[in-house]
Design a protein around this ligand. Structure first.
Ligand code: ZN
Ligand code: FE
Length: 258
């Protein structure tokens, strides 16, 4: 039986851990301490470290964990990640804990950002998407263009609806405040917002999310919806409503200023 745990780190990061009560993997360990504490407390051996992109809050614990456990490190082909590691790009697969993950290239937040998709983790798909897709939002465009990021998000949105979406930040409530400004009439969004507010009031994670839900509530996956395109044009009158990239770029700018 496999367990999926979000280990809180820093102020709003999650380091995702998958374990089978003996062996574990972690994704984007920005800090080694919470990982080492969990390994020790539960008597687990770390087999592998999966990295999605080069930012310090995702790789800061890699060297210490590799040194302490001997775990193998996997990461993006085209980014500066603490060596040694197995470098991956679209179409590659990683087999860990008896699970097979496909690698997806999702540039936009960073130029070489990758995601890890497992089509069957105990009956349902599982996605580790780093800082590309958040619940109700998406990552900032530090190194990519709006066209690249929209293509990356479209690729993720096309995954099966029951895909569990493991994002690396607890940004959900602030993303949903923005989403409600974009789509005040979206009933699924209003319902999900109150659900997440009650989770956070009890200090519980809002993650993992589900892809079908994100398609219904996340404005950055909904740039071809009439209401979303109209709202983007309300923010910037020059945006052509039929131009998905322009709508996406306007939404991203609006969120940056929100
Ligand atoms: Zn990042
Ligand atoms: Fe991050």
């Amino acid at each position: 039986l496999m367990n999926l745990l979000p280990l809180p780190a820093f102020t709003d990061n999650y380091i995702w851990m998958l374990h089978n009560a003996r062996q574990a993997i972690v994704v984007d360990p920005g800090d080694a301490t919470p990982v080492l504490q969990t390994l020790q407390a539960q008597g687990l051996q770390l087999q592998a470290i999966l990295v999605t992109h080069h930012h310090a809050d995702h790789v800061g614990g890699v060297d210490a964990l590799r040194a302490a456990t001997g775990a193998q490190v996997f990461g993006p082909a085209r980014e500066r990640i603490p060596e040694p590691l197995v470098r991956l790009a679209q179409g590659d697969t990683v087999e860990v804990l008896g699970l097979r993950f496909s690698v997806l290239d999702v540039p936009g937040h960073t130029a070489g950002h990758i995601a890890y998709y497992c089509p069957d983790m105990q009956g349902a798909p599982l996605l580790f998407c780093g800082d590309t897709l958040f619940s109700g939002g998406c990552g900032r465009l530090f190194e990519g263009t709006p066209a690249q990021m929209l293509a990356s998000l479209d690729q993720l949105a096309a995954l099966p609806g029951d895909t569990r979406v493991c994002c690396t930040h607890e940004y959900t409530l602030s993303n949903l405040r923005f989403a409600r400004a974009v789509e005040p009439g979206n009933q699924a969004l209003l319902h999900y917002s109150s659900h997440c507010e009650s989770l956070r009031a009890r200090q519980l994670p809002t993650l993992p999310s589900r892809m079908a839900l994100e398609r219904d509530i996340n404005p950055f996956l909904r740039v071809r919806e009439t209401a979303v395109a109209a709202a983007a044009q309300g923010f910037d009158a020059r945006v052509p409503q039929q131009d998905a990239v322009a709508v996406f770029a306007a939404l991203r700018q609006w969120k940056n200023d929100f």
